[in-house]
Design a protein around this ligand. Structure first.
Ligand code: IMP
Length: 179
């Protein structure tokens, strides 16, 4: 695996290896398996960035669980556009369900801060957040992930589902911008 890569106009260096990610995702799955025995949680995976994290985590669950996907968009290039739009909405009935939101990364927290009240309208029994990455120091909205893979500094990252202007999602490791 290369330790430095270039995507569009930016250089990136390795930040989290495939092995580190795999180990941490297994640990998160273990915690969720313990916490959600007999609760039949519904996972809501937020596309696009969460698809790989969601698939890897979900495959490691040994409890009864369901998963669905929605698409929210707030990023363009390396900056949040400041506006969250829904392009594929939620079809499942979440009334009285134990919901776990799957996010690739919580950055400012805006996406979930705008989305969670919409879910609360439907009166789920509980809502928790599992985020692979959390840029805790820049989270400005009151969003507190319950399961966090890695708390990371405020630097743009790609790989393992995360993209830079469409590219980089298929990288097995996570890379951090150097410039
Ligand atoms: P938030 O609304 O600011 O918390 O941002 C959430 C969304 O922005 C994530 O689901 C990602 O799609 C995207 N995002 C935030 N930081 C990064 C990053 O470093 N790399 C790639 N996408 C990011």
């Amino acid at each position: 695996m290369k330790s430095r890569i270039r995507i569009h106009d930016k250089e990136f260096e390795i930040f989290l290896t495939e092995e580190q990610i795999e180990k941490r995702v297994s640990e998160l799955a273990d915690e969720i398996n313990r916490d959600y025995q007999n609760k039949k949680p519904l996972f809501i995976s937020i596309l696009n960035g969460s698809f790989i994290f969601s698939a890897d985590l979900f495959r490691q669950l040994n409890i009864e669980a369901e998963i669905c996907f929605i698409k929210l968009v707030s990023y363009k290039g390396m900056k949040s556009s400041g506006k969250v739009t829904t392009s594929i909405g939620l079809e499942e009935d979440i009334y009285d369900r134990e919901v776990i939101i799957l996010e690739d990364i919580v950055d400012t927290g805006r996406t979930l801060h705008e989305f969670i009240p919409k879910l609360l309208h439907q009166q789920p029994r509980s809502i928790k957040i599992a985020a692979l990455l959390h840029k805790a120091e820049v989270t400005e909205f009151p969003v507190h992930p319950d399961y966090v893979g890695f708390t990371i500094p405020d630097k743009f990252v790609v790989g393992y589902g995360l993209d830079y202007d469409g590219l980089g999602r298929n990288l097995k490791a996570i890379f951090q911008v150097t410039t």
